[in-house]
Design a protein around this ligand. Structure first.
Ligand code: AMP
Ligand code: MG
Length: 438
């Protein structure tokens, strides 16, 4: 099943038309916020819907609003194990003794009438017997026997411990909105509505490859001066976490014909292409040349560290188009540019509505951090609690953009804003956690 939304009927934007609207666009000194804004304006969601089984929908983007077909819960029911009674009989100043006339079990309603001076023993989740509106938890009563019990004065008020029909969701009201990335709670919510199949956006297809003649794949001999290609593995991990279908195209040699064929294959088979390496200034290879030849691509020097050089745009081949993210080659720079420039764009393409950056926490920096104004710095940090119970962050050793260990050891990224200078020990800094409750 596939449908096309009105968004697709807008004339396609080009990178040049987007950047022409910016008064001070300088590709050689582009602040992170401007790069993010340009990318956001160019990217269009894919809008293709498929229906899948509820369990398979975890982490997928909901494609249509879900309206609750039923009341949840479907009846008033008890929130506690105890006794159901008529709240109007309670007197805050006097004890109340009631006769027990039966039991209401969860899933097995008590259908008798409950008269004045009477109550029904009730289990959590059992439908409230006719007329009863209040439950006294069993641990609050006195002198309980099979025949009766006594409620101490003031132990409970009318309406206590009763869950109302539809209090979780009322029939006909929106339960989940289109664009939501489905969480474990959402799966449970959909199950509570009896919905077994969910309309989701199709997965985004992302092709990626590494460029650089010094790169070797795992299993190959590491010749002198060569390094193993690690970027394809970090990219694989980050893309899979986002819920993308990935096409790993390997290491592409610095040869114009081979590069052209790789870009064309990627473009014809994927919605987005991510490359790493070959976009630095003065880079002597054909990567940039081929990107420019096949599309509308900007080559940027972004005011960020790590990750200064980056290419972004759209390329075309045989009538097919794909967005292109040409990330730098350094292993940490790849991750930082992916997280702060590509990630949001990919989420937007996937049709996700809440594509705001992950929340920033403001915490104390344990030590001084060197920082120059005029660029956003993304340092790798370890967030922990000090002996006073205060959250503080320290930087993970060497912050070189090739030192992947700094990323692996970190549990957060310290984001030092564009205009900020040197951080003194004890000052507050922003951090983004790598992991949450997932
Ligand atoms: P480049 O952006 O191509 O100038 O690359 C910058 C640095 O990153 C160089 O030291 C490269 O060897 C290294 N590099 C580039 N691509 C990769 C990769 N896929 N895996 C590991 N290191 C890489
Ligand atoms: Mg290179």
């Amino acid at each position: 099943m596939s449908n096309v939304s009105p968004a697709d009927q807008n004339p396609p934007r080009t990178l040049s038309s987007v950047v022409n609207c910016l008064s001070d666009y300088d590709p050689d000194a582009l602040p992170v916020a401007d790069a993010q804004a340009i990318i956001r304006q160019l990217i269009q969601p894919i809008n293709a819907v498929e229906k899948i089984a509820l369990r398979s929908a975890l982490g997928r983007v909901l494609a249509l609003d879900i309206v609750s077909p039923i009341n949840v819960p479907s009846h008033d029911n008890s929130a506690m194990d105890g006794y159901a009674l008529h709240g109007s009989e309670l007197n805050p100043k006097a004890d109340l003794s009631l006769k027990i006339i039966g039991t209401a079990y969860a899933g097995r309603a008590y259908d008798g009438k409950v008269g004045s001076g009477e109550c029904v023993r009730i289990m959590t989740g059992a439908v409230m017997p006719g007329g009863c509106d209040t439950v006294i938890p069993q641990e609050f009563v006195r002198d309980a026997s099979d025949a009766g019990m006594t409620i101490p004065a003031g132990a409970v008020k009318l309406g206590d411990n009763r869950r109302l029909q539809g209090e979780d969701l009322k029939a006909g009201t929106p339960a989940l909105q289109k664009g939501k990335i489905l969480s474990p709670a959402d799966l449970g919510l959909l199950a509570s509505l009896g919905i077994g199949e969910v309309p989701v956006q199709r997965r985004l297809r992302v092709a990626f490859f590494s460029t650089g003649d010094e790169l070797r794949s795992i299993g190959e001999t590491l010749d002198e001066g060569c390094v193993y290609d690690s970027n394809r593995y970090t990219l694989y991990g980050m893309l899979i976490r986002l819920g993308c279908d990935v096409v790993d195209m390997g290491v592409i040699k610095d040869d114009p014909d081979v590069l052209e064929a790789a870009f064309r294959t990627a473009c014809e088979n994927a919605d987005a292409i991510i490359t790493s390496g070959g976009v630095s200034v003065g880079e002597a290879d054909y990567t940039k040349q081929m990107m420019a030849q096949l599309g509308d691509v900007g080559f940027w020097k972004i005011g960020m560290r790590p990750g200064r050089p980056m290419a972004f745009g759209k390329i075309a081949s045989n009538g097919k188009e794909a967005y292109l993210f040409g990330l730098p080659g350094n292993p940490v720079a790849v991750m930082v540019t992916f997280y702060f420039l590509a990630r949001q764009a990919l989420l937007h393409m996937m049709g996700a509505s809440a594509v705001a950056a992950p929340p920033l926490l403001r915490v104390v920096s344990q030590a001084a951090i060197r920082k120059r104004p005029g660029r956003t710095e993304y340092q790798r940090g370890i967030l922990s609690r000090n002996s006073d119970g205060i959250q503080e962050v320290r930087i993970t050793g060497s912050q070189g953009s090739g030192v992947l260990r700094s990323m692996s050891e970190a549990n957060c990224m310290v984001v030092l804003e564009h205009d900020r200078a040197e951080v003194k020990a004890g000052e507050l800094v922003d951090v983004i956690l790598f992991e949450g409750l997932i």
